[in-house]
Write a protein that binds this ligand. Structure first.
Ligand code: AHR
Length: 654
C-alpha cells in the first residue's frame, strides 16, 4: 500500500466494472454509547452492589401501582422476617418518631423481652436471595440506637440456603443516639441464595436503620460501588458515553415522582428514596455521584438527562387511555427547578470551592467530571406546557453554560405528531441535538437505513437515544448492525446512539428485549450486546464512502469504512443479514498507508440463535487474522457481522 494519508481526497476509479467514489467525512467520535435506566431491577437488585433489599425500611404500598399485575403488598417490612428461633420473644414495629434523618423517616424498633438462646431480630432475604462467594469479604454496616438505656449485644450472620451459618460477627451497642456500626463478613463457603440476620441477644429495646451488606470487591473497588461482573460487562462494550438515569424514570409518574438529582447525592442514608416508575422501589444508592464516577471509570462521557419540567404523559397509567397524564411544574417553581439544572452542571464541573463542586469533592472527587452534554426531557408530549418549560431551561443553560451541549426530545416515536412538532420546535430554538427513539421490527431497521441520508445538515443533530429491534435473536442483532452502519455513514449529523434498555434482571423484567440479562450470580450478554460492542470498540472519526461494494444491492447487505485518528486504524464493517454468503469487494486505493494484515472479528450463526441463561455462548464474536490488500474481496458469511481492523503502517513506531 502507498504511504501518505490524504483524508479529504475524493478519488474516482474503476475496479471490476464498479465505480468507487471514496470521500471522507468527519463523523462523531462518540457515536456509540449506552443507555442506563433503572428498569427491570437494573440498579437496585442489579448494578448497584447492595445485597440487602429494603435496607432502610422505606418500601411502601405506593411503590407498586394498583394496575400492576401481581401487586405485592409492599411495606416497610418487605424482604424482612422476624427472627426468634431460640425461643426468644419480644415485639417489633416500624416507627418514625426519632428517624435517622428527615429523608429516611422509617426505622425498625424491636423490644427484646426474652432473647432465648439465639436472640431476637430480623432476617433479610435480599433480592431473591443473597449470593456470596467463599472467603470474599462483605462489608456490613448499620445504624442502631439503644432505646432502653442499657448496653445491647448483637450478632450478625450470613445463613446459607440450608440454614448453615456461613459467616458470623458481633458488636455491642450502648449509645442512645443513632450510631453507625460496621463489620466484615467472610463466608466459609459460597452460596447463591443466602439470607442475612441480625439479632439482639440482650433484653432491651433498640432502633435500627440502613442495614447494608455489600461485597468489598465492587467494580474498581469503589465504595458504595457496583456489582463487578455487571459493570465489567458494560465497560467491555467500550461505550463512548453513558446516558442516565433513563428513560421514563427521568420525568416520572406524576410531578412528585420526577427524578431529582439532588435527592441522589450525599451520604446514602440521607438520600430521598422513592417509587420507581417501573413499579418497584428505588433507593438511589446508585445516584448521580455513582453514575458520574462509573462513567469516568469506563471512559464514557456522562450524559445525564433531566426532566423538561413536565412529568411523563403516561403518568397514572394513562398510557391505557391516550397518555393524558403529563403534569407541569408550576411556573412559580420553575426558577428553582432551573437552578437545580444549573447546579447539576456545577456539581459535575465546578471547582471544589464552588457550592456544588464542594459537595462533589466531599464525596471523594475533587476533580471535575468533565460534563459536556445534558439531555432535557424524555419522549415528552409536545404540549405548550412542555415547550414553555423546555425553553426556560434551555435558555438558562445556554446563557450560563454555553460550553454544554443540550439535547432535546422529539417525542416517543420516529414519526407522528410529537416528532413533527418536536422538530419544528428544535429548529425554531436551534437546539444543538434532539433525541429520537424507536423500538421497531428488524425489517424496519433494514428498510430504513437511508433515514438520515436526507436529514438537513444545517439543523439540529440527532441523538438516537433509544432503539432496539424487538428481539434478541441474531437476526435482530444483525438488523441493528446494518442500521448502525447507516448511523456511521450519517455520523456527521448523528451525534450519538444508544441501544435500550441496557440491563434486565431475569426475574424482574419490565421491558423486553434488553442488552444484558442477569441473575444474582450470572451475567448474560445477548447477541445484540456483541453487535454494540463490535461497533463501539471499533469506532472511527472519519467515514469513507465507496470502500466496500457488494455484488448486489440489497437492504440485507450493509457496510461502513472508518478511520480512527487516535489509533490510526482503518476499520471495515460488513453486515450480511441474508441466508447465503455474499461477496464484498473492498477497495482502499485512496485511503493510503495501511498494513497488509488485519484482525478479523466475525459474529455469525443461525439467524434465530440467542445467547441466554441455558446457553450463554451460542453466538459470540470470533477473532482471527486476515490478509488485506489495496483491493481484496471478502465473502461475508450468511447472517454475519464482520469487523476488519487494519493498522496504519506507522502504528507502533516511536
Ligand atoms: O427503554 C425503556 C423505555 O422506553 C424508556 O424508559 C422510555 O424512554 C421508552 O419509552
Amino acid at each position: 500500500m502507498v504511504k501518505n494519508i490524504s483524508f479529504l481526497a475524493i478519488t474516482l476509479f474503476i475496479v471490476s466494472d464498479h465505480v468507487f467514489a471514496q470521500q471522507a467525512t468527519s463523523i462523531s467520535p462518540n457515536l456509540f454509547g449506552v443507555f442506563f435506566e433503572d428498569i427491570s431491577y437494573a440498579a437496585d437488585g442489579g448494578l448497584y452492589a447492595e445485597l440487602i433489599q429494603n435496607r432502610s425500611f422505606e418500601y411502601n404500598p405506593g411503590d407498586k401501582d394498583a394496575w400492576t399485575q401481581n401487586r405485592a403488598n409492599w411495606n416497610a417490612f418487605t424482604a424482612w422476617n422476624y427472627t426468634n428461633k431460640g425461643y426468644g420473644y419480644g415485639n417489633i414495629s416500624i416507627e418514625t418518631l426519632t428517624p435517622l434523618n428527615a429523608n429516611n423517616p422509617h426505622y425498625l424498633a424491636i423490644t427484646v423481652e426474652e432473647p432465648g438462646t439465639d436472640g431476637v431480630g430480623i432476617t433479610n432475604t435480599g433480592f431473591d436471595g443473597i449470593a456470596v462467594k467463599k472467603a470474599q469479604p462483605y462489608n456490613f454496616s448499620t445504624f442502631v440506637q439503644s432505646l432502653s438505656g442499657n448496653q445491647l449485644s448483637f450478632e450478625i450472620k450470613l445463613l446459607g440456603k440450608n440454614g448453615d451459618t456461613l459467616a458470623l460477627d458481633s458488636f455491642n451497642v450502648s449509645a442512645n443516639t443513632w450510631k453507625k456500626y460496621t463489620a466484615t463478613l467472610l463466608p466459609t463457603s459460597g452460596d447463591d441464595s443466602c439470607s442475612f440476620s441480625i439479632v439482639c441477644k440482650t433484653k432491651g429495646k433498640f432502633a435500627i436503620d440502613m442495614v447494608s451488606l455489600m461485597p468489598q470487591h465492587t467494580f474498581n473497588n469503589e465504595a458504595n460501588g457496583l456489582r463487578a461482573d455487571l459493570a465489567q460487562a458494560i465497560a467491555e462494550i467500550h461505550p463512548k458515553f453513558m446516558r442516565f438515569p433513563g428513560g421514563c424514570l427521568v420525568h416520572g409518574d406524576g410531578l412528585g415522582n420526577m427524578y431529582r438529582w439532588k435527592n441522589t447525592v450525599g451520604p446514602v442514608e440521607q438520600r430521598v428514596e422513592q417509587k420507581n416508575i417501573w413499579n418497584y422501589h428505588q433507593t438511589v444508592g446508585l445516584g448521580f455521584y455513582e453514575y458520574f464516577r462509573f462513567c469516568e471509570d469506563i471512559g464514557a462521557k456522562p450524559l445525564p438527562i433531566v426532566s423538561a419540567g413536565v412529568s411523563c404523559q403516561n403518568s397514572g397509567g394513562t398510557w391505557r387511555t391516550g397518555g393524558t397524564g403529563q403534569r407541569a411544574i408550576a411556573m412559580a417553581d420553575m426558577q428553582q427547578y432551573v437552578q437545580d439544572v444549573l447546579d447539576l452542571i456545577e456539581y459535575a464541573n465546578g471547582d471544589a470551592n464552588t457550592k456544588w463542586g464542594s459537595i462533589r469533592a466531599a464525596a471523594g472527587h475533587p476533580a471535575p467530571f468533565n460534563l459536556q452534554y445534558i439531555g432535557v426531557g424524555n419522549e415528552d408530549k409536545q404540549t405548550d406546557d412542555f415547550r414553555q418549560r423546555f425553553k426556560i431551561i434551555f435558555n438558562a443553560v445556554k446563557t450560563h453554560h454555553p460550553e454544554i451541549t443540550v439535547v432535546g426530545t422529539v417525542g416517543p416515536f420516529y414519526k407522528g405528531e410529537d416528532y413533527d412538532l418536536g422538530w419544528q420546535f428544535a429548529n425554531a430554538l436551534h437546539i444543538p441535538a434532539v433525541d429520537e427513539h424507536y423500538y421497531e421490527k428488524p425489517d424496519w431497521f433494514l428498510s430504513n437505513q437511508h433515514r438520515y441520508d436526507s436529514y438537513d445538515r444545517t439543523k439540529s443533530k440527532v441523538y438516537v437515544g433509544e432503539y432496539a429491534s424487538q428481539g434478541n435473536k441474531l437476526f435482530n442483532a444483525l438488523a441493528e448492525a446494518a442500521y448502525m452502519t447507516s448511523l456511521e455513514r450519517n455520523g456527521d449529523i448523528v451525534l450519538m446512539a444508544s441501544y435500550a434498555p441496557l440491563l434486565a434482571n431475569n426475574r424482574h423484567t419490565s421491558w423486553s428485549p434488553n442488552l444484558i440479562y442477569f441473575n444474582n450470580t450470572v451475567t448474560v450478554p445477548t447477541v445484540n450486546y456483541y453487535v454494540q460492542q463490535m461497533f463501539s470498540a471499533n469506532e472511527g472519526d472519519k467515514y469513507y464512502t465507496g470502500a466496500v461494494y457488494f455484488d448486489k444491492k440489497d437492504s440485507t447487505l450493509a457496510s461502513s469504512c472508518v478511520t480512527d485518528s487516535k489509533t490510526g486504524d482503518l476499520i471495515l464493517k460488513i453486515v450480511n443479514v441474508s441466508a447465503q454468503g455474499e461477496n464484498a469487494t473492498i477497495n482502499l486505493s485512496s485511503i493510503k498507508g495501511y498494513k497488509d494484515s488485519a484482525s478479523l472479528i466475525v459474529l455469525t450463526g443461525d439467524k434465530d440463535a440467542i445467547d441466554d441463561f441455558a446457553d450463554p455462548r451460542t453466538v459470540t464474536p470470533a477473532t482471527s487474522a486476515i490478509a488485506v490488500h489495496t483491493h481484496f474481496s471478502y465473502k461475508a458469511p450468511a447472517y454475519s457481522l464482520t469487523v476488519i481492523r487494519i493498522k496504519h503502517i506507522n502504528s507502533g513506531l516511536k
